[in-house]
Design a binder for this molecule. Structure first.
Ligand SMILES: [Zn+2]
Length: 208
């Protein structure tokens, strides 16, 4: 891609928006009031807004390699705090995707330098679900399942935070685990049974 083309595209986009609504950018500059916080992968094929069909202003987005929510990551934690306490979103989505390079890399025995501690979080997910994953012979199916279990564990990490626990208690915000099926383009709700998962662990993680 020619980098200059981006600016041509941008002008074209401005023209289209203004042709449909001459006050479009005046309205956009007034502020944001999104209902959803979306935490997804940085993968260039998984463009959050486009696959959800949402417009600017509708979703607060955080993306990183393999849609992780490590509790020591200041960026992810700040995004959650801001979205929950200031934007007062009603839904938090963690969205993974099949054929995730981050998940694939975590499963290789290779020293990837600075990526090691980040991908280690995925290895920890594997260890937590080792019995189920080891029982899957097909490598692609195993990785697909790891993608789903990683989404589940990152949702649990979201629920471990004090801000989210308070918001669930006070205004019943909901956490959702989704996977973008890169084979078909479909967005799949994993329908994770958080009540069941949290039943056994909330006595450890409850903060209030
Ligand atoms: Zn990915």
């Amino acid at each position: 891609m020619d980098i200059k083309q981006i600016f041509t595209n941008n002008q074209q986009w401005i023209d289209e928006k203004l042709a449909a609504d001459k006050d479009y950018f005046n309205k956009l500059s007034k502020g944001q009031n999104p209902d959803i916080l979306y935490i997804g992968c940085s993968d260039s094929r998984v463009s959050a807004e486009e696959l959800m069909g949402v417009k600017p202003g509708e979703v607060f987005v955080h993306r990183n390699i393999a849609n992780m929510v490590p509790n020591t990551d200041l960026s992810a934690m700040s995004v959650i705090t801001y979205a929950v306490n200031h934007l007062r979103v009603r839904h938090i989505v963690v969205c993974g995707h099949y054929h995730c390079g981050g998940v694939d890399s975590a499963m290789q025995s290779a020293d990837l330098g600075l990526l090691n501690p980040w991908l280690r979080n995925i290895r920890d997910v594997y260890r937590l679900h080792q019995d189920e994953l080891d029982a899957i012979d097909d490598k692609d199916k195993k990785y697909d399942r790891l993608v789903e279990l990683n989404v589940q564990e990152q949702c649990v990490n979201v629920i471990k935070t004090a801000d989210v626990q308070r918001a669930i208690k006070e205004r019943r915000i909901t956490v959702h685990g989704w996977v973008f099926d890169i084979y078909s383009g479909k967005l799949v709700d994993l329908k994770i049974d958080f009540d069941k998962i949290l039943e056994g662990i909330m006595k450890i993680y409850r903060l209030m």
